[in-house]
Design a protein around this ligand. Structure first.
Ligand SMILES: Nc1ncnc2c1ncn2[C@@H]1O[C@H](COP(=O)(O)OP(=O)(O)OP(=O)(O)O)[C@@H](O)[C@H]1O
Ligand SMILES: [Mg+2]
Length: 484
């Protein structure tokens, strides 16, 4: 076999071999373990190979059309020349449709080999189907012996290998055979995590929460991440280190809720920043007097009890749609750990009242059209007890310092995801919403000069809600709420 250059061998568990034969797998005894190990070799692509495999239709059909055109040009056949030019255009159009699909099939082995998705015994996962989408392609594949964590961790390398900005891989059930793990990968030219994005006006001017979803952000493949407050029986917990973007995400959500005539937003905010545009009747802000926070929350508990009592009388299990008379009540806790500490400093009893009210609101509020949005730097059991935590159906973790903080809201998450969350920039995190797999996402951004925008959005929104007949609660609170 003189003169034959052996391909380079890449394997997962350091068992390099230079005596593998080109063009297939080589069986060798696994060092020390006495079992045969297949080594999957992935020879590096040359630039020529890569080009041909990336643009096969363009090169083949376009090349033929070009030859015909050149031939006709040289011999002066006008009609053939015209036909050649038409064929050239057709070839380029065809290639725009087919090449993105073909490139996946043709370069799959090289790219997955480069991304290190090679199992010892079974080699590279199999592709089953590739189909185009508006902004890229979707690929269905399956692997026998590669761990899902390795597959998810390879997302970025695969996207880069095929020349896309983002890849999202989800595990699927019931697609191939029960013995193999199945995945669907979405490759997109844009990465939803990279650029900050704002809401369009139509999202900020909605009339009612019935049937509306609140945009929370965008996932990697540019799909909306939305919260359906009435449809999702559960509350929202947002965790993240300082400056990770919790408050700014809340600006975006509250800006959407403000103009709705059948939504009331109240809250407890030790910083006073989030509370400012809502008015003192609605929010307990600052830390000077935490009994106001306890009063406000107990008023919400009383409202919840009266709603639940009414539901029981009517024999109905939950409020399915809301109105200005019976609005959706959103209760925001800004920096919950801070609230608890401030209350504790004032009086242990106040702290207990606040914690008890939260526990009851999250446990019994969902059917009474009451939703809690709780922001905290860490969602540890010390801050939110485990029972209360289980009632948060929508869970968001923005950048955190350590893996343990990620696991508090997402206990089953893979290590590769945990590592990723630690490195995220402001406003980027992971989200769990019932009915969806855990997604990496970028939170909605209200825009530069964010606080000013938030003040205006809520101010204008509340006026709009008032003009739309959402007045009842305002009268109620004027007749003696928790106001100063
Ligand atoms: N979605 C986003 N896109 C772009 N930038 C963002 C986004 N969210 C937040 N930021 C930037 O990050 C900064 C910090 O965000 P924010 O104040 O919401 O953090 P936080 O988690 O509330 O911090 P703290 O715990 O200190 O209150 C903002 O001033 C903003 O510039
Ligand atoms: Mg904040």
């Amino acid at each position: 076999m003189a003169g034959l250059r052996y391909p380079e061998v890449r394997i997962k568990e350091g068992l390099a071999s230079r005596d593998s034969l080109p063009g297939g797998f080589v069986m060798r005894a696994g060092a020390g373990r006495g079992r045969p190990t297949t080594i999957d070799h992935a020879r590096e692509e040359t630039a020529f190979e890569r080009t041909v495999r990336t643009y096969p239709v363009a090169i083949l059909f376009g090349g033929c059309a070009l030859l015909v055109t050149a031939y006709a040009w040289a011999l002066g056949y006008r009609t053939v020349l015209a036909a050649g030019l038409v064929a050239l255009v057709a070839a380029l159009l065809l290639s725009a449709m087919l090449d993105p699909v073909l490139v996946i099939w043709l370069r799959w082995r090289s790219v997955l080999g480069d991304a290190d998705l090679v199992a010892n015994a079974t080699g590279i996962p199999d592709v089953h189907a590739v189909w185009p989408t508006t902004d890229g392609v979707k690929v269905r594949f399956s692997g026998l012996a590669v761990a899902p964590s390795d597959v998810f961790a390879a997302e970025e390398a695969i996207a880069a290998g095929f020349g896309y900005s983002a890849a999202v891989i989800e595990e699927r059930r019931g697609l191939v055979r029960t013995t193999r793990r199945r995945y669907v990968m979405t490759l997109t030219r844009k990465d939803g995590l990279v650029e900050a994005f704002d809401l369009g006006d139509e999202m900020r001017n909605r009339f009612t929460i019935n049937g509306s979803r609140i945009v929370m952000g965008r996932d990697k493949s540019m799909g909306w991440v939305e919260w359906d407050p009435l449809g999702t029986p559960g509350h929202v917990a947002v965790a993240g280190a300082t400056r990770s973007g919790k408050s700014v995400l809340t600006y975006g959500m509250l800006a959407q809720l403000a103009p709705m005539r059948d939504v009331v937003v109240v809250g407890v905010d030790p910083t006073g920043i989030l509370a400012k545009p809502w008015g003192a009747d609605w929010w307990a802000s600052g830390t000077a007097d935490m009994t106001r926070a306890a009063d406000l929350l107990e008023r919400e508990v009383a409202e919840m009890d009266s709603r639940n009592g009414e539901l029981a009388n009517l024999g109905v299990d939950k409020i399915g749609s809301v109105s200005p008379e019976v609005p959706l009540r959103v209760i925001v806790f800004e920096e919950f750990a801070g609230i608890v500490k401030a209350a504790e400093m004032q009086d242990r009893k106040v702290r207990q009242r606040i914690e008890l009210a939260l526990a009851r609101l999250v446990a019994e509020g969902a059917k009474a059209a009451i939703r809690v949005i709780l922001l905290t730097q860490r969602a540890s059991a010390k801050v939110v007890d485990t029972d209360a935590r289980s009632n948060f159906a929508v869970r968001i973790t923005l950048r955190v310092e350590d893996g343990e903080s990620v696991r508090m809201l997402h206990p089953d998450l893979d290590q590769s995801w945990v590592d990723a969350v630690k490195k995220y920039t402001n406003g980027v995190g992971i989200v769990d919403i019932p009915g969806f797999p855990t997604r990496k996402f970028r939170a909605v951004y209200i825009g530069p000069r964010e606080y000013e925008k938030y003040l205006v959005a809520v101010g204008v929104g509340r006026d709009l809600a008032f003009a739309r007949g959402g007045v009842l609660d305002r009268y109620k609170s004027e007749q003696g709420g928790v106001g100063a």
